[in-house]
Design a protein around this ligand. Structure first.
Ligand code: FAD
Length: 404
């Protein structure tokens, strides 16, 4: 049975990417439905919320750097717009990031990174040990030096998720608490989304796990946005080559808490093995592992130990904080670590996934570019280098499975 009225677009997946797109598209006048049984509880909930194009720069990722920098530039106005539209704070904190070296080896690696950052034309400042400790008095006295990236900030990703959900609701986005089992395709066109059994087409609060078999219930739609994070490769109804080659990359992360008036540090602090992100209200995020473990979401004693040890080596007072939460998330990884954004396979299908370790950072540019693509049918120049078709013939597609 088909549900009426037909949406202009159905977004599969309600993480920051799907919600951001849905909000922007609905604000532009489109009729939008989001399908997700646990919106905002995937990688978007687990993330640290760093907006760090400079400290996250990697060799061989030039096009991604340009996109990341564009995204960072959009953040101040995007944060203000989400807050205005939702009536909720998103916790955008423009404090900068200090990368530090524990020992001579770290310092040599940091020097290499610094020189690479300079060659990329990035705004960075090399600091001596004393200068680092002037900025962050809680640093270990043995810190050998650092690099300040004054433009790498943070947002409270959990507050962002809640605000995007509220903004979507106010913009008239319909939320279906269920799971998409397959895309409906007729000829060479996507015509909608087939829900898994147990889904609730009427919408409402997120429900428990659903079986994967389709019920045959379809939400008809002129366009479908596939934004299901690391699960995006597992949908039925499409030829393997139309599915994005996305894979889960496990990340474990910790929440600590201390007194808000005696912060552990005032800006993001990172070493080679760990980052520490102070939220400003006493919460401190310590992350994160990067593990190729498929869809495993086990919290391991070794990871908790390693993260705490590495944080203590940078900021000894970490030992005084309360450990309040262990978190696991699955980053949507892509073969070149850059997102897959744009039309794929049958007409009407748009892919928006593979944001890997920068999905929070990339939310503003992804939301705007994909909403524009839905409205105009034209791929915006900014995302043109990131078309999902760039992997055609290189990587077996649609190999990722698993249940969110
Ligand atoms: P998700 O947030 O995973 O959302 C996907 C959604 O799809 C989920 O809600 C799921 O329920 C839904 N879904 C899945 N299958 C279906 C289906 N069949 N039907 C309907 N819905 C479905 N990024 C940064 O920019 N900065 C950081 O500091 C940062 N730190 C990170 C730390 C960790 C530990 C991790 C794990 C990630 C981090 N990231 C960071 C990366 C960032 O979290 C992700 O890139 C981003 O959240 C991806 O968003 P998404 O909406 O694509 O995916």
């Amino acid at each position: 049975m088909a549900h009426r009225p037909t949406a202009d677009a159905v977004v599969v997946g309600g993480g920051v990417i799907g919600l951001g797109i849905a909000w922007r598209a609905a604000s532009a006048g489109m009729t939008v439905t989001v399908v997700d049984e646990a919106p905002g509880r995937g990688a978007s909930w687990a993330a640290a919320g760093m907006l760090a194009p400079v400290t996250e720069v990697h060799y061989g990722e030039g096009p991604l750097l340009a996109l990341n920098l564009a995204a960072a530039g959009r953040w101040p106005s995007f944060a203000a717009e989400v807050e205005e539209a939702s009536g909720r704070p998103v916790g955008y904190r423009p404090g900068g990031t200090l990368a530090v070296a524990r020992d001579a080896d770290d310092n040599a690696a940091l020097e290499d990174l610094y020189r690479f950052q300079l060659r990329c034309g990035l705004e960075v400042e090399r600091l001596r040990s004393r200068e680092c400790r002037q900025l962050e008095p809680g640093l270990h006295p043995g810190i050998r030096g650092g690099v300040l990236a004054a433009g790498d900030h943070q947002v409270d990703n959990r507050a962002l998720v809640q605000a995007l959900l509220a903004a979507c609701e106010r913009a008239g986005v319909r939320l279906v608490a269920g799971r998409a089992a397959a895309l409906a395709v007729e000829g060479d066109r996507v015509t909608g989304v087939v829900l898994a059994a147990g889904g609730s087409p009427a919408g409402g609060a997120a429900s428990g796990p659903s079986p994967s078999s389709p019920t045959g219930e379809t939400i008809p739609s002129g366009a479908v946005v596939l934004a299901a994070g690391c699960w995006s490769g597992g949908l039925g109804g499409l030829a393997a080559e139309a599915l994005p080659p996305v894979r889960p990359v496990k990340g474990q992360l910790l929440y600590l808490r201390g007194p808000a008036d005696q912060p552990l540090c005032s800006r993001n602090v990172r070493g080679l093995e760990v980052y520490v992100v102070p939220r400003g209200d006493g919460r401190v995020v310590v992350g994160a592992t990067v593990e190729e473990q498929g869809f495993d979401t086990t919290v391991t004693a070794g990871a908790v130990h390693d993260l705490l040890r590495a944080a203590l080596e940078l900021l000894p007072d970490t030992a005084e904080l309360e450990l309040t939460e262990t978190v696991v998330g699955l980053r949507p990884g892509s073969p070149d670590n850059a997102p897959m954004l744009g039309p794929a396979g049958p007409q009407g299908l748009v892919v928006a996934t593979g944001h890997y370790r920068n999905g929070i950072l990339l939310t503003p540019v992804t939301a705007d570019a994909v909403a524009e693509l839905l409205a105009t049918g034209q791929v915006p120049e900014l995302i043109a280098p990131f078309g999902p078709g760039r992997f055609a013939g290189r990587v077996p597609a649609g190999t990722a499975r698993g249940t969110p």
